[in-house]
Write a protein that binds this ligand. Structure first.
Ligand SMILES: Cc1cc2nc3c(=O)[nH]c(=O)nc-3n(C[C@H](O)[C@H](O)[C@H](O)COP(=O)(O)OP(=O)(O)OC[C@H]3O[C@@H](n4cnc5c(N)ncnc54)[C@H](O)[C@@H]3O)c2cc1C
Length: 276
């Protein structure tokens, strides 16, 4: 089996306190020796400096870092400038995304879809960057239909992606089916499952509605039945997410990408229970 890739995702902190908390989180997660830490990027460039600063700090600490880059609302000149800055800092790994159109945005800019960003990166920088793209085992919420979404994913990979990270999901079969379907269409890059720890039901339900990740009925009802008992939600969530990861790895998933929400606790527990 090929070596597996483990990575942790952060968002750029907005305050000094947030930055300090993230440093602590990183210190705790660094002991697991992930392949890289990634840092999200607000659509429309709202976190441009924050993303770069967080990535530079991670690299100063001696770890590999991959900034996310979303293209919606940007011009070719904006994106070219950001890529050049990353390159000047020696960054060689990017998570390339379309991003979500912020409400009220009228001008979508020069890029409509992530495959156009991937092509642009390859045209302007050749193989300098390792490019990750997003995948949606339960389909993207704005997809015209499932078939079109699969086709669009294959186009994005063919534009020059090296690997993909999935939206989070709680149904492992959706992931296995997605991988089978795109492999049948010729995709052979690693598709790494994105893992969301379950910590707070209300927040999770809101996120999931927005991004199109399904919380299966049985899981939603179990989580709801804990009411305000957050300790029980977390304990149940840890059991569930550990089992999910275990099943994915047992069935040859090429690694795991954890959505940490800048906290180390749940992710560390899952990691230790998996015995990685
Ligand atoms: C791992 C991961 C990390 C993320 N990080 C960030 C982040 O840092 N910042 C951020 O803003 N967002 C982030 N997102 C969210 C992401 O930006 C949104 O889900 C966004 O809506 C889609 O981005 P994409 O790159 O998947 O888009 P695309 O691949 O462009 O797909 C978007 C939609 O367009 C459709 N489509 C694609 N090509 C075509 C075409 N040629 N014609 C018609 N339809 C087409 C697709 O089927 C899909 O429905 C992340 C998502 C994931 C899974």
């Amino acid at each position: 089996m090929n070596a597996r890739t483990f990575s942790f995702e952060f968002f750029p902190p907005k305050t000094q306190e947030g930055a300090e908390k993230l440093r602590n989180t990183r210190r705790q997660l660094a002991q697991f020796k992930p392949e890289f830490f990634s840092v999200t990027f607000g659509a429309g460039g709202t976190t441009q400096e924050g993303t770069l600063n967080a990535v530079l700090e991670i690299r100063q600490e001696g770890f590999a870092a991959a900034p996310h880059l979303s293209c919606i609302g940007s011009t070719r000149a904006n994106i070219a400038e950001i890529l050049q800055r990353y390159r000047d800092h020696g960054i060689r790994h990017i998570v390339a995304l379309r991003g979500d159109i912020p409400s009220g945005m009228v001008d979508v800019g020069d890029f409509r879809y992530a495959n156009e960003l991937v092509s642009f990166i390859r045209e302007t920088h050749g193989d300098w960057f390792q490019i990750e793209v997003a995948a949606y085992p339960e389909f993207h919420p704005q997809a015209q239909n499932a078939e079109a979404d699969l086709r669009n994913f294959v186009n994005k990979v063919n534009a020059g992606a090296d690997a993909a990270i999935t939206q989070y999901f709680f149904n492992a079969d959706a992931y296995f089916r997605f991988v089978d379907e795109v492999q049948a269409r010729g995709v052979n890059i690693p598709i790494v499952p994105g893992i969301m720890p379950i910590q707070n039901f209300t927040q999770l339900a809101r996120f999931s509605d927005m991004c199109g990740a399904e919380i299966p009925r049985w899981l939603r009802l179990r989580l709801q039945s804990f009411g305000d008992d957050s300790a029980s939600i977390r304990a149940f969530g840890l059991d569930f997410v550990t089992e999910l990861c275990d099943r994915l790895l047992q069935n040859d998933a090429p690694g795991l990408h954890f959505y940490t929400l800048n906290a180390a606790g749940a992710v560390s527990t899952v990691w230790q229970r998996l015995g990685l």
